[in-house]
Design a protein around this ligand. Structure first.
Ligand code: 0RA
Length: 635
């Protein structure tokens, strides 16, 4: 090994300071040291490969989580350059891996568009890794370098030859357990993000393999966002083929896909640099404005709206609309780290122009589709008045009903909401244990039966007519929607307690979606929590301990080295007796609660809408027809 790369000259000192800064303040660079930040590390590395795909230089990305929680990301892009950087006299690869924000310097301006939210560069990931190894295939050679906690421990060296023209980059990193403590990658979370990336990066195939469990999934959407729109409309009657437009304006890539259906729902999603901007922003506003304006112009010009008729409003043109707008911007501005909303003002104008022009042309050239769309808007406009009246009635009615407490609520005796808690518990048997185990002075229990809802984006009235939801509304005493009033809240803490299995997580998602849509201030003011039941019970001699994660279980076992321990894995809350449930999950002295943030709830809402809305079958069919290689589909 040569030591050339390890010498301390001025530039390496700068590098070291940068890496130390990242390690000292991970929060500044990846947003903390929790599971979210951990996932961030993976996104950061995959983003670089996505950039290659966006540049048209990469078609395949492979992500692997290994059993030791190291992660490999491999792409068939051009390979990170390895030539010697003239100023710092080091391989470009080493500079990229060890210098903050060095990622984009080698691509020639405007190349790097992804990573809008993070974009701290792979060097931050390197700095936060116990070890990291990069292999680059380029110039017919295979290059390699290894780093530990960000420092190179080998030079960039050639370790073999590759076929003529074969190129790519493979990064494997193991997060530093000194920084990220007691965290584990979540397959679902990562898969969801990769799915979004694949949807909006046409032609890229992302294969994701979790060697810890053997789960794997491939995302490939041949038609990009056009496929996405077909996917969303898979169970709906469509009024016309998908309208698609793609254009570059002033260095900004703009893509939109639009299709009307006969449904009442609206499914519109926006992306900026592959990131799902859940809170919309200027690109979304541009799209909506364009659609409404074009439909109004067309309807007037063709006498479909009479002179005395008012223009269609945004609400009228929204019903039955399915659309995606996706932009690629070299310098995206977001409202904040957490609110995922695009703020670049110029984007609104550009999107409006591009979409307006394409959609107007489509209507001109397809008069029967145009008439069907206008007809749909007319129906919506008429129905809207009636619907509003009906909705007001339902809300008034449920406000009235909420005066009586639901029969299955086991209330507490305390009346001061700053002292009380409501546990919303999945299933009657767990509800029974919770009722017996609780402190009835301040803890109330509301058991829910089975799946509370399984309709897609249920309309307001449907959700409100669901018995389980009605029970929640009346137990809380706040009302809902525009009538929500925190002053009525009967319990200072509202705690969702579900099993640690798939059904449990489904119900939790449904509940979060409901609270997000109809009781947002409850979340904003910090009243909504998720209970954390233990995963294991460990018993030895005459002692018992509970473990809330696999890591904790392993740690306890290790500390007991050799002791004969009985390990019980809890599959559901129902397996705990009332005393155990109290000790582990309900007793404020010993339990852990997770506070739900608006962000968590927004994510649940999004997951619910995009993926849990319909039966599994059509979705499976879609993926099989639109994805080339799908193994062990798991969404
Ligand atoms: C800078 C320039 C070029 C490619 C890359 C970076 C690159 C970075 C990563 C990170 C992960 N995968 C990547 N693939 C490529 C272009 C070099 C050229 O023009 O050949």
């Amino acid at each position: 090994m040569t030591t050339e790369t390890l010498k301390y000259d001025a530039s390496s000192i700068q590098v070291l300071e940068g890496l130390e800064a990242v390690r000292r303040r991970p929060g500044m660079y990846v947003g903390g040291t929790d599971i979210k930040a951990l996932h961030h590390l993976v996104y950061e590395v995959v983003d670089n490969s996505i950039d290659e795909a966006l540049a048209g230089a990469c078609t395949q990305i492979e992500v692997i989580i290994h059993p030791d929680q190291s992660v490999t990301v491999e792409d068939n892009g051009r390979g990170i350059p390895v030539d010697i950087h003239p100023q710092v006299k080091k391989s470009a690869l080493e500079v990229v891996m060890t210098t903050l924000h060095a990622g984009g310097k080698f691509g020639g301006g405007g190349y790097k568009v992804s990573g809008g939210l993070h974009g701290v560069g792979v060097s931050a990931v390197n700095a936060l890794s116990e070890w990291c190894e990069v292999e680059v295939k380029r110039n017919g050679q295979r290059y390699f370098q290894r780093y530990e906690r960000g420092y190179p421990v080998t030079p960039v060296q050639v370790i073999g030859k590759v076929k003529e023209g074969e190129t790519g980059t493979k990064t494997t990193f193991k997060f530093d357990p000194e920084i990220f403590k007691d965290v584990e990658y979540r397959f679902e979370t990562l898969a969801q993000r990769f799915r979004e990336m694949a949807f909006v990066t046409r032609g890229v195939k992302i294969h994701f393999l979790d060697r810890r469990s053997g789960r794997e999934v491939t995302f490939y959407f041949e038609g990009g966002i056009t496929s996405f729109v077909r996917f969303l409309n898979r169970n709906r009657q469509v009024l016309h083929p998908v309208v698609y437009v793609e254009k570059q304006v002033e260095g900004i890539g703009i893509e939109a896909a639009i299709q009307y259906t006969d449904a009442y729902t609206e499914s519109v999603y926006s992306f900026a640099n592959t990131i799902n901007t859940v809170d919309g922003g200027t690109h979304l506003t541009g799209l909506r404005t364009a659609i409404t304006r074009v439909i109004n112009d067309y309807a007037r010009k063709n006498g479909l709206l009479k002179e005395s008729d008012p223009n269609f409003t945004g609400d009228d043109t929204r019903e039955g609309l399915t659309a995606i707008v996706s932009i690629k911007h070299p310098d995206p501005q977001f409202e904040s780290q957490t609110k995922v909303k695009l703020m670049n003002a110029e984007v609104q104008t550009y999107v409006q122009q591009v979409v307006g022009e394409a959609f107007a042309t489509f209507l001109e050239e397809n008069p029967s589709a145009a008439r069907a769309i206008v007809q749909k808007c007319l129906t919506s406009a008429r129905a809207r008045d009636a619907a509003r009246k009906a909705r007001d009635l339902v809300i008034r009615k449920s406000a009235l009903e909420s005066l009586t407490l639901p029969g299955k609520l086991a209330d507490c005796s305390e009346r001061d909401p700053s002292k009380t808690e409501l546990f919303i518990v999945e299933g009657d048997s767990a509800g029974g244990s919770a009722k017996q185990g609780r402190d009835r002075h301040f803890q109330a229990i509301l058991p829910l039966r089975g799946k509370i809802l399984n309709t897609e984006r249920s309309r307001l009235d449907k959700i409100l007519n669901n018995n389980e939801v009605k029970a929640i509304i009346s137990a809380l005493g706040t009302g809902i929607g525009d009538n929500f009033d925190l002053k009525g809240l009967r319990y200072g803490r509202v705690i969702i307690m579900t099993d640690a299995d798939v059904d449990g997580s489904h119900i939790r998602t449904l509940l979060l979606t409901f609270f997000f849509r109809y009781m947002q201030p409850l979340i904003e003011e910090g009243h909504l929590y998720i209970a954390q039941p233990p995963l294991y019970r460990l018993a030895w001699k005459n002692q018992v301990r509970y473990a809330y994660s696999d890591a904790e279980k392993d740690e306890i076992l290790k500390s007991l080295n050799g002791e004969k321990v009985t390990v019980q894995r809890y599959k559901g809350l129902g397996e705990m007796n009332p005393q155990q449930l109290w000790e582990t999950t309900m007793n404020p002295q010993t339990r852990t609660l997770l506070l739900v943030t608006i962000e968590d709830a927004a994510e649940a809402d999004r997951t619910f809408d995009m993926l849990m809305g319909d039966a599994v079958d059509p979705r499976r069919r879609f993926i099989q027809t639109h994805a080339r290689a799908v193994r062990n589909l798991d969404i």
